[in-house]
Design a binder for this molecule. Structure first.
Ligand SMILES: Cc1cc2nc3c(=O)[nH]c(=O)nc-3n(C[C@H](O)[C@H](O)[C@H](O)COP(=O)(O)O)c2cc1C
Length: 159
């Protein structure tokens, strides 16, 4: 039986959302948007301001922005593609909130991101403690990825 996949993503300004939709098509997966309880405003996203919401979250080790919604049927899935924009060379802390709000035991998590150019860096080791019994597999920056390239990536992860 083939594995059932979910694409779960957070996107503050729409770029990761577009990549997630393409990936869900390529992987024949369901799609879930991780929504913050309090949406991010443009001012919140200002990385040039040390006091902006995103700056404060990304410098606070214990920061866990609240989420509005959970995946109620996570047990239906074997593989979760988890996507986000790169913030300060890593994942936004809301991704930690999302991981800690679910039980990923025995599931494969495949990270993906969009960015202004930075790679995933050490994102996996930063997130792994938040899903201690998950199996992290692969991970890819999807800046400008085509549906065809996503399909071959998804194929390469099988087996
Ligand atoms: C607070 C903040 C920090 C960011 N830090 C980085 C970074 O370290 N490296 C990078 O290449 N891009 C960085 N970016 C750019 C985003 O990763 C990029 O625009 C992304 O595609 C946005 O995705 P979204 O539209 O799904 O939110 C940052 C953006 C924001 C708002």
């Amino acid at each position: 039986m083939s594995k059932k996949s979910l694409v779960a993503y957070f996107s503050a300004s729409g770029v990761t959302k577009r990549a997630a939709s393409l990936l869900a098509k390529a992987a024949n997966a369901d799609l879930f948007e991780i929504q913050p309880k309090e949406p991010y405003t443009r001012a919140d996203l200002d990385w040039t301001n040390k006091r902006s919401r995103s700056s404060l979250e990304m410098t606070g080790f214990a920061s866990r922005p609240e989420i509005k919604n959970r995946v109620e049927n996570l047990s239906d899935y074997d593989v979760v593609f988890l996507g986000f924009p790169i913030w300060w060379y890593t994942a936004p802390t809301i991704i930690k909130t999302f991981l800690e709000a679910h039980d990923f035991s025995g599931k494969e998590i495949v990270l993906f991101a969009t960015s202004g150019g930075s790679g995933l860096g050490r994102t996996e080791s930063a997130l792994a403690p938040c899903a201690p019994n998950a199996v992290f597999k692969g991970g890819k920056l999807l800046n400008g990825a085509s549906e065809a390239s996503l399909k071959s990536w998804v194929e390469s992860l099988k087996g």
